[in-house]
Ligand binder design. Structure first.
Ligand code: OOG
Ligand code: NI
Length: 470
């Protein structure tokens, strides 16, 4: 008997959470704050409670977490892909961060189908250093040689990945061992692999490079519970001894939430030992690990995403450094996003967001095959599909607020999805295709319950395809 991938994933996420809470106690405080505020929100808003229950998301709320790691070389990424596949997590989406001046590109390892997401939604935002973008040749070569000599996976986890592949799964004992062995890769190492001077060089070239190449492994740099009221958590952080980042990333507060809003408490200065060639120890600090929270709304189509990106860009063009003028930024954001429909029916009609369909309260009466009519007269009910992915501008904001900003080498925008796929050893899955598949399947299932007329079903499906391929 094999242990299911979702079971391994759930146990791994739990173990990771415990590890991170023990390593970064302030993260534990953040989880408590989020739990407290979620409970309050659910108590005050019975419909929300009901909706969450209906959508099957209530029990997964407190388990909702993502984390992030930063890898140094292609081989680490391809082995990481095989490691995550044991837990039913696959690379979805391509995120270019060079546009934000960061020498990395990323994907998110996550479960892909709805049942798996509901079983446990744990995902890891995974970035890979793009050494080729480092101008200083000596530094680049030094980084390369440091990365070449390190091995971030235990022999045990590599064996279990092989066993998983050979047997098509892991038995209970193997699954337990796998979780234990896999966790070792994500641990914090308070000893750097370089002397302090080398560390300073990397730091001066780019803060991120120091974090990636000067340590034995890709320590998990944050975990993220899901909150139902991000504005409240942000507001209450200081009273709990946390320093929140200046702004909440993502769209403004709306009555129909879209995509993803995120904030974090700032990375902590942590003691690190550096060793020089003669083995002498010097204690310094490293700043990388933080705690983040997220509030998720509905997934947008490419058309919706384009509108989102252009509105956000408009705001950022006017206020390039939001941290310097937080009030004005949030105000302008809200004003600018008035141009984004905030009504489910409109979002559906304009093909801006993805929905799941269900039979509504009313029976079908007319045989006029019109998707919108059926939604209007409540024969078919709309349920927004939750966005399960990330946003490059927000991710950049999270990265930046946790890297002490100083003058470092500037990076030119140079997205390269093909390169990431080569480094990964497979193509990344399109998040848009995943959402659309869920939507289309749900329409088909709903139509089965509403009518037996095949021509009629086809006509409605075609309406959907036309709208959503636009
Ligand atoms: C990743 C930052 C991005 C998010 O939630 O968008 C991220 C990192 O700092 O390594 O986690
Ligand atoms: Ni994050």
């Amino acid at each position: 008997m094999h242990t299911s991938p979702s079971e391994i994933r759930a146990h791994f996420a739990q173990a990771m959470s415990e590890l991170y809470r023990s390593e970064v106690p302030l993260y534990g405080d953040l989880v408590e704050l989020v739990r407290h505020i979620n409970q309050q929100v659910l108590k005050q808003d019975p419909t929300l409670n009901q909706q969450a229950e209906q959508a099957g998301t209530l029990q997964r709320l407190s388990a909702e977490r993502h984390g992030a790691i930063r890898l140094g070389k292609a081989e680490e990424l391809s082995t990481m892909r095989r490691l995550f596949s044991v837990m039913g997590m696959y690379p979805v989406g391509y995120y270019d961060l060079t546009g934000a001046g960061l020498p990395v590109h990323s994907t998110a390892f996550r479960p892909v189908d709805l049942a798996e997401l509901n079983a446990n939604p744990f995902r890891i935002f995974t970035s890979l250093l793009r050494l080729e973008l480092i101008e200083d040749r000596a530094l680049r070569e030094q980084a390369e040689s440091l990365l070449n000599t390190r091995s971030i996976f235990t022999p045990g986890v590599k064996e279990l990945i092989e066993a998983h592949q050979a047997q098509g799964g892991l038995n209970a004992q193997q699954a337990e061992d796998f979780i234990h062995e896999a966790l070792q890769t994500f641990r914090w190492h308070p000893q750097a692999t370089v002397d302090q001077q080398t560390y300073q060089h990397f730091l001066a070239s780019h803060r991120l490079i120091a974090d990636i190449v000067c340590f034995r492994g890709p320590h998990i740099n944050h975990l993220t519970p899901r909150t139902l009221d991000i504005d409240q958590v942000q507001q209450q952080m200081p009273s709990q001894g946390m320093q929140p980042k200046a702004i909440i990333e993502g769209p403004p507060q709306r009555s129909q939430p879209i995509l993803l809003r995120q904030t974090s408490f700032k990375a902590l200065d942590e003691a690190v030992d550096f060793f020089d060639r003669s083995g002498r120890r010097r204690t310094g600090t490293h700043t990388a690990r933080f705690g983040e929270i997220e509030q998720r709304g509905m997934a947008l189509t490419p058309k919706g995403r384009k509108l989102y990106d252009s509105l956000l860009q408009k705001v950022r063009d006017t206020i390039p450094d939001p941290a310097k003028d937080v009030e004005a930024y949030h105000h302008l954001l809200k004003q600018t996003f008035l141009a984004f429909p905030d009504d489910l029916m409109q979002l559906h009609q304009q093909g801006l967001a993805y929905f799941r369909y269900q039979p509504g309260q009313e029976k079908a009466t007319s045989y006029n095959a019109d998707l919108d009519r059926f939604v209007e007269n409540k024969t078919i009910a709309l349920m927004p599909i939750t966005y399960e992915d990330f946003l490059p501008v927000s991710a950049a904001g999270i990265f930046h607020s946790n890297l002490d900003e100083r003058e470092t080498q500037s990076i030119d925008r140079s997205p390269n999805q093909q390169l990431l796929e080569q480094q990964l050893g497979c193509p990344v899955i399109s998040e848009f295709e995943l959402y659309f598949q869920i939507q289309r399947d749900s329409l088909l299932a709903t139509l089965e319950l509403i009518t037996e007329n095949e021509a009629y079903k086809l006509e409605i499906l075609q309406q959907l395809d036309e709208r959503y391929s636009a």
